[in-house]
Write a protein that binds this ligand. Structure first.
Ligand SMILES: [Zn+2]
Length: 457
């Protein structure tokens, strides 16, 4: 069999149905697909590769799936103070700063996000539905070679009486439908639009129903923020008489193609509804830690896992995009919080970032694991590094010892987008210079203070 590339000799964490780990393994790539995988001694003799890569130095995993990321918010990382309550952080800082980005600044942010993800082994992402300049950002992301589902900023709730509620909802619905027809994804496109909602209390029931209907119709999914703080359950109880998940169940918008982000302030009845409806939950441990959401104090993530809720992992805002750090966090947070070292074992944390993410993206047959016929989205982790030696238990060391800085090479759709620690699709130095200049401009024209606990001269 003629193939493009043979990677031979690697330790392969397949994440396939049997969760096989193959030592001295080999993978053959033809076009965008894996066409052979197994022991090197079985694969190498039956393929005729254009290029052979000596894989003995590497651990191979499927590309990771970041299920919640704001790709256009990377330019304000570090600028947001950490001692804000949720509402002040969002409404005084993040939203005004973000709305002041030009289209070109959003593109620079998106390139930086894609670079951060690819360089740390994330090959697919689900965006948070906060892109304003959709067309140029889509094009910028497309050039990077990353796989993703993205959404245009759509919130419709009229919070003041002089706003026309019906017109706002109608405009948001048309925006969602329009992006789906411009950027369809049902045929396995690498990059596509989904009807993604901001969530919290910003969307009317009518927009929720419309988004769910569009997702069903287009083979897409819905994602939204919910309950990182008590303000969401408080709002829903005051305005609907029900907690958020009870209300969303009442209006018929939950299901297997719906993924809700944060979900920290959730009660046991809501957990039962999530399990019953097959609704996915995206945990963003880094965001919870920095924002003081209470994930370990009041969160019910172990109970969700126990109830069979599909749990996913996201990095959320721009502070860091290395999903391997989130994998380590989820493997540790609840062990410590509950004094129970059996919670979220390393292999379960890895599933959240691979096969579970693929299921929520409706791409289980394409990504999330390494098997014949699947997309060639794969990562080589460099074991010639101190954190990888000695190599005795690859799953444990992937989660507890390694991080994204050890990612040596990455393929998406059979294309080598990271090679020897360098992104092949993005001019890294240019992005760093543009990001610094854009961030200096955005923050200085915002009028917000550049705060520091210590004097900076
Ligand atoms: Zn978010």
């Amino acid at each position: 069999m003629i193939v493009d590339t043979l990677i031979a000799g690697a330790t392969i964490v397949t994440m396939d149905a049997e969760r096989r780990v193959i030592t001295d393994g080999a993978v053959a790539i033809l076009g965008d697909r894996i066409v052979a995988i197994g022991k090197r001694s079985d694969v190498a003799p039956v393929v005729d590769p254009d290029e052979t890569i000596d894989g003995r130095r590497f651990v191979m995993t499927p590309g990771f799936i970041n299920s919640h990321v704001h790709v256009t918010e990377t330019l304000i990382k570090g600028f947001l103070p950490e001692n804000l309550d949720f509402a002040e952080g969002v409404w005084r800082w993040v939203v005004p700063l973000y709305e002041s980005h030009s289209a070109e600044e959003q593109c620079i942010a998106a390139r930086l996000a894609a670079l951060s993800m690819l360089r740390t082994g994330t090959t697919s992402f689900l965006e948070a539905g906060t892109i304003i300049a959709m067309d140029p950002v889509f094009e910028a992301l497309n050039e990077t070679g990353i796989r993703g589902r993205v959404g245009e900023w759509a919130l419709d709730r009229a919070f003041s009486p002089d706003q026309d509620q019906a017109a706002m909802t109608d405009k948001a619905l048309r925006l969602l439908e329009n992006e789906l027809s411009r950027y369809p994804g049902a045929d396995g496109q690498r990059l596509a639009a989904w009807p993604l909602l901001i969530g919290h209390s910003t969307n009317t029931d009518e927009l929720w129903r419309g988004a769910k209907q569009l997702a069903d119709q287009y083979g897409a999914g819905v994602s939204a923020h919910m309950s990182p703080a008590r303000s969401d359950p408080d709002w829903y109880l005051a305005n609907t008489g029900k907690r958020p998940i009870e209300h969303l169940a009442d209006i018929g918008v939950l299901g297997g193609n719906v993924s809700l982000t944060h979900m920290v302030h959730v009660d046991s009845d809501e957990v039962a509804i999530l399990a019953e409806t097959g609704t996915n939950v995206i945990h963003c441990p880094g965001a919870a830690l920095k924002g003081g959401y209470g994930a370990t104090a009041v969160g019910r993530f172990p109970e969700m896992a126990q109830a069979g809720v599909t749990l996913l992992l996201g990095t959320d805002g721009g502070d860091q995009a290395d999903l391997m750090k989130s994998i380590a966090l989820v493997a540790g947070l609840f062990k410590d919080a509950r004094c129970d070292a059996s919670l979220f074992p390393a292999h379960q944390a890895l599933e959240m970032a691979t096969v579970n993410g693929a299921r929520a993206l409706n791409m289980s047959d394409q990504i999330g694991s390494l098997a014949v016929g699947k997309k060639a989205d794969l990562v080589l982790h460099d074991t010639d590094r101190p954190e990888w030696r000695p190599l005795l238990n690859v799953i444990s060391q992937l989660v507890w010892s390694a991080d994204g800085r050890g990612v040596h090479s990455v393929w998406v759709d059979g294309r080598r987008v990271v090679d020897n620690y360098r992104c092949t699709t993005i001019d890294e130095e240019k992005v760093y210079a543009e990001a610094q200049a854009a961030a200096d401009s955005i923050t200085s024209r915002s009028g917000l203070p550049r705060l520091s606990a210590w004097p900076v001269s």
